[in-house]
Design a protein around this ligand. Structure first.
Ligand SMILES: [Zn+2]
Length: 266
């Protein structure tokens, strides 16, 4: 597929693309990125924030070994992204379908801006747009996929179950406890960062009730740009702090890798 020439097969023999064609290709890529925007705070930001909490939580647990289940880093990290995983997978299918049908190269799509409502003809054309503009609010399967691990009621229940299992000596209880804790933190951060598309607060008992926030993580009409700058600035600060506080571990990993290379072992 040739993005630069808006055709399935590129008919231009010259392999070096002129600047204007490179810009055209970049526009198509940015349109795909816009379509990939899912109605939740960037999942990687949740993961970075949770990774930054790992060490303080372990110290807190070390002071309270009788009352708090052992902190499991893998469980924490899984829980931090779990709420978004199902919708990301469904988005991937929708985006792949649109991509295969050439939807993103449609001029009506490339002219779309983040702060304008989606035209009806684009909803008919694009599965991705239908997913986020219609099914996200009306389709019971999509609502379930998005809310099952965002639901404060379900996650609180899982925290209680995990804690009780751990108290009875079952190690898997600790993993369940920390997965659910990280997922609940994710959801509690999502709730005030959405105007009309946040987690359903009373799911599975109510399928429409959301908190309408004056702030949106993505919508420029509700400080989405400002939030995005803050969020990614925070990501950078936390990543630098994580790198610094784990520098001993990183150094030992790099040293071990170098030793393996010198010995010819992979
Ligand atoms: Zn989320």
């Amino acid at each position: 597929m040739c993005f630069a020439h808006n055709d399935n097969v590129c008919s231009v023999k010259n392999t070096s693309l002129p600047i204007s064609q490179i810009f055209q290709a970049a526009t198509v890529v940015s349109t795909c990125v816009r379509a990939c925007y899912t109605p939740q705070m960037q999942t990687y930001s949740h993961a970075i924030l949770t990774a930054a909490l790992n060490r303080p939580l372990k110290k807190w647990r070390a002071r309270n070994p009788e009352r708090i289940p052992p902190v499991q880093t893998g469980a924490l990290m899984l829980g931090s992204i779990l709420p978004d995983v199902l919708l990301i997978a469904i988005s991937g299918i929708a985006i792949a379908s649109d991509f295969a049908r050439g939807v993103f190269r449609d001029p009506r799509f490339t002219q779309l801006t983040p702060d304008t409502p989606t035209p009806t003809e684009l909803l008919d054309l694009s599965m991705t747009m239908r997913l986020f503009d219609v099914w996200f609010f009306e389709n019971r399967w999509i609502i379930s996929a998005q809310n099952i691990f965002h639901s404060p009621l379900i996650l609180t229940t899982l925290i209680i179950v995990g804690y009780q299992l751990w108290r009875r000596g079952q190690k898997r209880g600790a993993a369940l406890f920390w997965i659910a804790c990280a997922a609940l933190l994710h959801s509690l951060i999502d709730i005030p960062l959405h105007t009309n598309d946040g987690p359903l607060l009373l799911f599975p008992f109510n399928w429409t009730y959301r908190y309408f926030s004056p702030l949106s993580y993505w919508d420029p009409n509700y400080y989405g740009r400002e939030w995005s700058i803050f969020e990614h600035g925070l990501d950078v600060v936390l990543l630098v702090w994580l790198g610094w506080s784990n520098r001993g571990w990183l150094r030992s990993r790099i040293g071990r890798k170098n030793d393996s290379l010198e010995l010819g072992v992979d």
